[in-house]
Design a protein around this ligand. Structure first.
Ligand SMILES: C[S@@+](CC[C@H](N)C(=O)[O-])C[C@H]1O[C@@H](n2cnc3c(N)ncnc32)[C@H](O)[C@@H]1O
Length: 261
């Protein structure tokens, strides 16, 4: 990925976005995983600490690794607001999930809300899995989540049209209209270029348009299974949503729970 894709407008809009704020089910899922598989936990692509902070609050030592300084600053603000004991549980590290060496082992490594889908090519993906495997304790678990690919999103021209996905209020009596459009399909490389625009209207009617442009990789179920196998992992469970339901045709997510083979 390009260095610090998230060192951009997205860091300012991330936590308040309804797409993020409404994702409470995954927080509970990762809290349950921490209870089942133990800690310390390594979160790859921890962003603003949306998952790492609640894990630390629940008493689990967590290392959150992210490449983006701006996202980590947000996480640090959350860390600073925790009581001392919980604060001590959360370590934040700036680093690249495709090449890191923390000199530590973890019974649980997670990558919540699809950071792996920012790894656009197989070299980066295998590099990330190799690093994760080197940091996984014997018998430990690696959990990766993806959206389940909807093939229409890889070619249907409807997705090229800008459409509103949320309209909400933020601090300072401002309204945000969040719109999204795919700007290019790259079916041969299983990637889409996407633009998310946060259009902010202030109390006096003044407007600003803040665009987060990124490329996202589309994965398929068996592709991930093969990748994991190639990197020395065995899939133990595959869920289609954070309620623990199995992967079905209409499942929104693909959540792989793997161990070293
Ligand atoms: C959608 S956010 C997810 C953040 C957090 N896990 C959550 O659940 O809210 C993706 C995060 O992955 C990070 N990321 C992307 N590529 C990365 C890389 N190569 N190494 C480390 N972090 C990366 C981004 O900086 C961003 O913070």
């Amino acid at each position: 990925m390009s260095t610090a894709l998230y060192d951009s407008v997205i860091a300012d809009f991330y936590d308040a976005s309804p797409l993020v704020a409404s994702r409470l089910q995954d927080v509970n899922f990762y809290l349950a995983a921490a209870r089942n598989f133990g800690s310390p936990i390594l979160e790859l692509g921890c962003g603003t600490g949306r998952i790492s902070a609640p894990l630390a609050q629940a008493g689990h030592p967590v290392t959150g690794l992210d490449i983006s300084e701006k996202m980590l600053q947000r996480a640090e603000q959350k860390r600073a607001s925790l009581p001392a004991e919980q604060r001590a549980h959360l370590r934040l590290v700036q680093g690249d999930m495709t090449s890191f060496d923390l000199q530590d082992y973890f019974p649980l490594i997670i990558a919540p809300f699809r950071p792996f889908q920012h790894l656009l090519n197989i070299r980066e993906q295998l590099s990330c899995l190799a690093c994760a495997r080197r940091h996984l304790e014997a018998g430990g678990r690696l959990i990766l989540d993806f959206f389940q690919t909807d093939a229409a999103r890889m070619h249907d021209p409807d997705f090229l049209k800008e459409h509103t996905i949320a309209d909400y209020e933020i601090a300072g009596d401002r309204r945000v209209r969040l719109t999204e459009r795919t700007t290019a399909f790259h079916r041969a490389t299983q990637c889409n270029d996407v633009e998310m625009a946060f259009t902010v209207t202030g109390p006096g009617g003044e407007q600003s348009r803040n665009v987060f442009a990124f490329t996202i990789r589309y994965f398929f179920r068996y592709e991930v299974e093969h990748l994991l196998a190639r990197a020395g992992f065995r899939v133990l469970e595959l869920f289609g949503d954070f309620d623990g339901s199995p992967l079905r045709d209409d499942s929104p997510e693909m959540i792989f729970v793997a161990t070293a083979s």
